[in-house]
Write a protein of this length. Structure first.
Length: 244
């Protein structure tokens, strides 16, 4: 694995964002590649626990004792994984041998920075009718419009303006819009209107679709959106296979 370029636009530098990624690796039991400097081997490990209070996490030890001895001695340890199709890379140091659940493991500090590269810049997923998502949009007069979201991506949303309530044109801004992503958290962001189309619904009633772009959400918010998309993907795939 080559040295990670830490001067790119895909970096996560906030402690909240890094914690969220590590927790996703742990909860999804994702296989993680671990690599050391000047070593051609790649060891498969997993994140066993995340201690956000101490900014530390635990990974499984390798079956190779020689690799484990080297791991405890080096100051550059590289990790790579995939979370819902998003490549995650980060570098850590100071791996401390410990026991976790009666098996060998290593305790490491949170990385200072983490790189996330989405498989596609505009991957979108439709919002199921059974689990609707709404945009809470403040408008003049102090009202809050609750507009259904048709689809979502890491870059933005398409809104179903069923009652033609949004007084917008292409290029307009919708400020302080809030999205409640279930237990993953709530994000508040500005939306830039990119396209407006009028379509027919199944009952032949017209509906206006307002495609919007997120206004540079922070790393933590971006991770929450991607985790939400991943959850929807897994739910829809399970339904297609007849498991739900």
């Amino acid at each position: 694995m080559s040295e990670i370029d830490f001067n790119d636009p895909f970096l996560v530098t906030s402690a909240l964002g890094i914690k969220s990624v590590l927790r996703s690796l742990m909860k999804q039991k994702t296989l993680v590649q671990m690599h050391l400097d000047n070593d051609s081997r790649t060891i498969i490990t997993a994140v066993l626990d995340v201690d956000a209070g101490q900014n530390q996490f635990i990974v499984d030890a390798a079956d190779d004792d020689n690799f484990n001895r080297r791991l405890a001695a080096v100051d550059k340890i590289y990790f790579k994984a995939q979370i819902d199709g998003v490549s995650v890379q980060f570098r850590c140091s100071k791996a401390t041998p410990i026991e976790f659940d009666n098996r060998p493991a290593f305790l490491l500090p949170f990385p200072d920075q983490l790189r996330r590269l989405q498989r596609r810049n505009h991957y979108r997923i439709d919002i199921p009718v059974s689990t609707p998502l709404f945009a809470q949009i403040p408008v003049m007069g102090g009202r809050i419009l609750q507009i259904p979201v048709r689809d979502i991506s890491a870059g933005g949303v398409a809104l179903l303006d069923q009652k033609f309530e949004l007084d917008v044109t292409v290029g307009a801004w919708l400020h302080n819009c809030t999205f409640d992503l279930d237990d993953l958290g709530t994000i508040t962001t500005n939306l830039n209107v990119r396209r407006i189309n009028e379509q027919k619904q199944a009952d032949a009633k017209p509906v206006r679709v307002v495609a919007c772009e997120f206004d540079h959400p922070g790393a933590a918010e971006g991770i929450m959106v991607q985790n939400y998309i991943g959850r929807l993907e897994r739910m829809l795939n399970a339904r297609r296979r007849g498991f739900d």
